[in-house]
Structures are given as structure tokens and as C-alpha cells.
Write a protein that binds this ligand. Sequence first.
Ligand code: OOG
Ligand code: NI
Length: 459
Amino acid sequence: MPSFMHSDQIRDLFSQSMSAMYRQEVPQYGTLLDLVADINRATLEQNPEMRRELQAAGELERIDLERHGAIRLGTAEELSTMRRVFRVMGMHPVGYYDLSVAGVPVHSTAFRPIDDEALRTNPFRVFTSLLRLELIADPALRAQAAEILARRRIFTPRALELLQQCEAAGGLDAQQAAEFVREVTQTFRWHGEATVDHATHQQLSAAHRLVADVVSFKGPHINHLTPRTLDIDAAQAEMPRRGVAAKDVVEGPPRRRHPILLRQTSFKALEEAIVFAGDGMPGAHTARFGEIEQRGAALTSAGRALYDRLLARVRSMENAGSTAGDYGSRLAAAFAEFPDDLDAMREQQLAFFRYAVRDQAAFDQAAGSGATFDLEAFLRQGIVEARPIVYEDFLPVSAAGIFQSNLGGTEQKSYAANAAQELFEAALQAPVADEIALYAQSQQASIEALRQAYGALQP
Ligand code: OOG
Ligand code: NI
């Protein structure tokens, strides 16, 4: 019997390999990692309760190794091959994001681990966008871009060989896995040499800077890697002190006692020297940046609808030129309507929770007494506790804000809203999982596990 390395272990190797490479490529990323590690340490020291909760949820270990990255692909074939490559590492497409509404000609998914155990081992995710050439207005430029993309090969021959071998045999041994990770990492490397000449780069940039970013290079360079902080406001304040120019505002919900979804900040993309093909002319390109995020509770559809409504209200206040207080206080004011209390969030079914025994002796005793399983009563009596499930996904409005602040330039493009999930899935050659259904399953599984444990203890 061959002994295969577990996909979770391969993903762990991959996330380390990507982090080491990006640290070398973008030294400010190293600064962010150090900053986040310091802030997380201090936050845990000051909040023993937070430490206890993270520990009880089995999350303490994953915080420091937690990252997400982002890439932008050019063709359907690149996307479907990427799906197979990520599958080797236990990363599956979850969610569909239409960013055309935000003036970015891509649609996206997040490749990430799905089951609880895999998430605990290493939750590394990659936000993966596919360029929508059909949104380039000029047909000649569209055809030229398609032709350039059709010529490139983003994976090394050895990576593809190992991929096929893995699919045929059902896994990779330790040595093959290490080689696979090395080879796949090459795909995400930065290339200072553009594959197009200066004039083409300019035309592509004029269509959209993102089009130039995808089409002008040999491969989908990783454009940021994001560590997870336990206190993003502290991180935001610390960035300038360490010489990192932070974005003006933190994207997402306001600061709360019980964080929800995702809050993110970033530093602006670097202007990097590149060399154009053909003429060898020197030029500049902005693509790669750094980002920090804080994760909170996953919301139900109702919670998410409330979040979207409140955020839209803040945005319309901004558009109406409201100057009442700063952005942070407008955000906080609008979100006053979103309960910041775990019981209320649970009772109103705004967030997902994982249920666990809090008082084992009392749980055993209740079961022994023959009392029926009553989750609400157990919660009231403190026998069982409900912990928010961490949001593992992304937010399209935040993503758009991050894209915009990092493409360089100031022009705003707009496209009609045209989500095209079916087209995306056709390119992917697979459906994307529904993230809300995944959280609901986790919640339900925790209830079933409790019910079973209880049943086993009953006389
Ligand atoms: C992806 C931006 C989205 C996030 O954290 O929302 C993202 C990109 O710029 O390619 O990473
Ligand atoms: Ni990001």
C-alpha cells in the first residue's frame, strides 16, 4: 500500500512555501507578519477570556499560521487546472463573487478547505479571479489579449506530471508532495519581465489596469498574502509606526465586542520596475500589496442581508456627502442596529454557532437522569455553550475596495451588474460550493454530535 501524504499536510507545506517566497519578494510583507504576531501576542495577554475561547474552539494554534492569498487568472483552462491543483491540497471552490459591479472585470471564487478538521489544521485560502475578456469593449484588443493568454503556460511541466500522477494513484507520497509544492509555487512567482511590449501594456492598461496585470505576464503572480490579526484597529494604528502606508479606512463592519464577518486593511501596491518584451524598455507596474484581516462570526442569510443593508446605508451617507463625524463613527452609527450580543445574534438567527458541552458533569448528570435532550434549556443552564463559527470567506464590497486601492491610478470603470455564475462554473468545470450551506451544516453537525453523545449517556 502506498502511503500518501494527507492533503491537509500538503496544504500546510504549500502555505509555508508561499509565505517564504512572498516574504522574499515583498519585504514589507515580512514587516506585516511581525506586526501581526506582536499584536496577536499582546491581545491574547490582555484578554484571557479571548484566549480561553480560542483554545476551547481549537483555534488558538491556527491563528499564527493563518493566511489568504489572491491570484488572477486569464483563461478557463487555467482556472480548471488550478482547481485540480488546489484539490491535491484539500482546497475546494467555495462561493461566487461578481466584481464587475464594483468596476473590476473579473469574477471569482475562494479555494479553501471545507471540513472542520481541515480548517483547524490550516485554513489557507486563495481568492481566485478569472478575467472577463468579454468586458473589454474594443474587439481588436479583446482578441489580442485572448491570443496572448492562449500562448502562455502557467504551470511547470513537472507540476502537471505530478498532478496527473496524483489523480491516477489517488495521492502523493511525502517526497512527491514536497516536489509538487515546490513546482506549484513557481506558478505564483513574480516576473519582472513582461511578455508584451510597452505599447501593448499601455493599451491593456487603458482598457483596465487589471487587464494589463493579468495579460502582460508569464503567470498569475500572487498579489498579496494576508495574515489574520486579533485586533485590526491596533494593527491599522501600528502600520504607519512601522513605516507601512496603510489604506485610509478598514473595510467591512465596524469594531464590535463580537466581531462579524471580515474586516480588512491593506498597504498600497508597490510600483515595481519591469522590462517590456521586444524593445526591452524599462517600465513600471503596480500589482502587489499587503493586507491584514480580522475574522468574526459567519452570518446566516438573514444576518448577511442585514449587514448588506447597513453597509449600503453608510455608503449612501458617503455619497450624499455626509460629514457627520468620521467614517468610523458613521459606520458605527449605522451598525447600531446589528445586535452585538451573542444571545441576541443566536436568537434572531443572524449568525451560525457551533454547540459544545460547557459543563461535562452537568451534561452527564442530565443524561443520566433520563431528561430529554433540550438544547435551549441546556444553554440556559450553562451546560452547553454556543460559539460563533468563524467566517472563512470573503466580502465582495471589501474585495472591490481592496482591488481599487491597489490597482494604482484613479480612474473608475463601471460595468453593468452581470453575475455569471454558470459561465464561471463552466470555466471551472465544477460547481462552487454554497458557503451558507457549509456553515449551516457545521452548525447542524455540532448539534447532532451533542445529541448522540447525550443519547449514549442515557440509561
Ligand atoms: C483580490 C482582492 C480580494 C480580499 O481579501 O478581499 C481579496 C485581488 O486583488 O486579486 O483578496
Ligand atoms: Ni485579500
